[in-house]
Design a protein around this ligand. Structure first.
Ligand SMILES: Cc1cc2nc3c(=O)[nH]c(=O)nc-3n(C[C@H](O)[C@H](O)[C@H](O)COP(=O)(O)OP(=O)(O)OC[C@H]3O[C@@H](n4cnc5c(N)ncnc54)[C@H](O)[C@@H]3O)c2cc1C
Length: 388
């Protein structure tokens, strides 16, 4: 039977970041990534909006964004293979959360925390907001948090760069699907693949994104993560507006500039869970367009050019990632899932944290222990209250 020190289930942004950082670790373990689809046709990573922000309420999320942004700042250098790296497409367009009086105190509290951690965040009252963004309807708003250094990037570049670099550093990518994991006492061992092959693994990382609960079920571990469909729409309007940041409002409307137009989404948390990829073409005119035209009246007339769907790996417990092993039951089986819409921006930090945990047995650069599986076992949510 073939053997690997670390077997990673899923080669998206998270699995590839883990592979890269594991291979970079001192006394680097051998790494095998099992990924059934090298085109990533249904994976979440290439379908993401690409937003990168530090506007969170949990310090861990803020710090993970800071660590990942430091990686993205030096992306070309970090992932270059034979002197070449994909263009990250980084746009420091800023983030803007806008809220009414109900959420203003939380937005203000979050901003103070973000500032205390070194993030440049400005609180704008209605007048300042209207002056800065004249195309925005502000009469129903009380406060905004604006972080000019946040922005967005190209998800495909992140995935390609991480994967190529991981391979260059010696990680093996195998085109196959994990269908079974053997458990022996409090450890996992051989991993069975759809092809019939078996690989003995010293440790297993579950980075299967929206499919991660199915992988956990292979060892009887209950993971409160479900696939949740989410639509993205690309629209263009006739005129030209002032440069807009990535805007989020309390309707969970998200908008950011993209090329000649705008990329828009509106998360529906009540969406029926499941592996659903079809696009409901009534959703944009029914739900998104009214919210968009309300916030930015210039979008009353627009052209919807394209729309697609993708899956969130939604953590039903608290909307935060679950990172770490199953204490006492599967000590060498690590989960990195439940990102609930933040996984792309946090991938480098998660990859580094996993490498520290697996190789050294503890976190070094960032303490992420509050996000481990013990809170699931205890039924104790650790909620992100980043407003939207
Ligand atoms: C519309 C949309 C917008 C988003 N916007 C943002 C954003 O702006 N910013 C942000 O940070 N995040 C965003 N996200 C979330 C982000 O895309 C995810 O959190 C992130 O891509 C998760 O990466 P991953 O590697 O865990 O998952 P994936 O990219 O889905 O990779 C998981 C891989 O596991 C593989 N797999 C599944 N089952 C098995 C198995 N049994 N054996 C082997 N392999 C298996 C799959 O083939 C897949 O390639 C968005 C998501 C969507 C859908």
């Amino acid at each position: 039977m073939a053997r690997t020190d670390v077997l990673i289930v899923g080669g998206g942004a998270i699995g590839s970041a883990a592979a890269l950082f594991l291979r970079r670790a001192p006394r680097a373990p051998t790494v095998t990534v099992i990924e059934p689809d090298p085109t990533y046709a249904l994976a979440s990573t290439p379908r993401a909006t690409g937003g990168v922000r530090r506007l969170f309420s949990c310090p861990e999320n803020i710090r993970m964004s800071q660590a990942s942004m430091a990686f993205f700042d030096r992306f070309a250098e970090q992932v270059a293979v034979a002197g070449e790296a994909p263009d990250l497409g980084w746009k420091a367009g800023g983030y803007l959360f806008v809220v009414d009086e109900r959420a203003a105190p939380i937005l203000e509290r979050n901003a103070r925390l973000q500032q205390s951690l070194g993030v440049e965040v400005h609180l704008l009252d209605r007048a300042a907001l209207g002056a800065r963004y004249p195309s925005m309807r502000t009469d129903d708003l009380t406060l905004a948090a604006w972080s000019p250094g946040d922005g967005w990037l190209d998800p495909n570049a992140v995935l390609t760069g991480l994967r190529r670099k991981a391979q260059d550093l010696g990680a093996a990518y195998v085109r196959d699907r994990v269908v079974g994991i053997a458990r022996d006492g409090a450890r996992v061992g051989a991993v069975r693949l759809a092809s019939g092959r078996e690989i003995a693994a010293g440790a297993v990382v579950n980075a299967a994104g929206a499919w991660s609960a199915d992988v956990c079920a292979m060892i009887g571990m209950a993971l409160p993560v479900s696939p949740m469909r989410r639509f993205e729409h690309y629209v263009e309007i006739a005129g030209t507006l002032e440069p807009l940041p990535l805007i989020k409002d309390l309707d969970r409307l998200v908008l950011r500039p993209e090329g000649r137009g705008y990329s828009v989404g509106l998360v529906d948390g009540s969406e029926q869970r499941g592996y659903r990829f079809d696009v409901d073409h009534t959703y944009f005119p029914r739900v998104v367009w009214p919210a968009l035209a309300h916030r930015l009246p210039a979008f009353e007339a627009l052209r919807l050019k394209s729309e697609w769907s993708g899956l969130y790996d939604e953590n039903e417990l608290d909307g935060n990632m679950i990172l770490g092993n199953w204490p006492g039951r599967a000590e060498n089986f690590y989960v990195a899932a439940g990102f609930s819409g933040h996984g792309l921006m946090h991938a480098p930090a998660v990859g580094q944290a996993l490498a520290e945990l697996i190789v050294g047995g503890r976190y070094v650069s960032l303490d992420l222990s509050r996000l481990d599986y013990r809170r699931v076992m205890a039924g104790a949510p650790y909620r992100e209250q980043g407003i939207v």
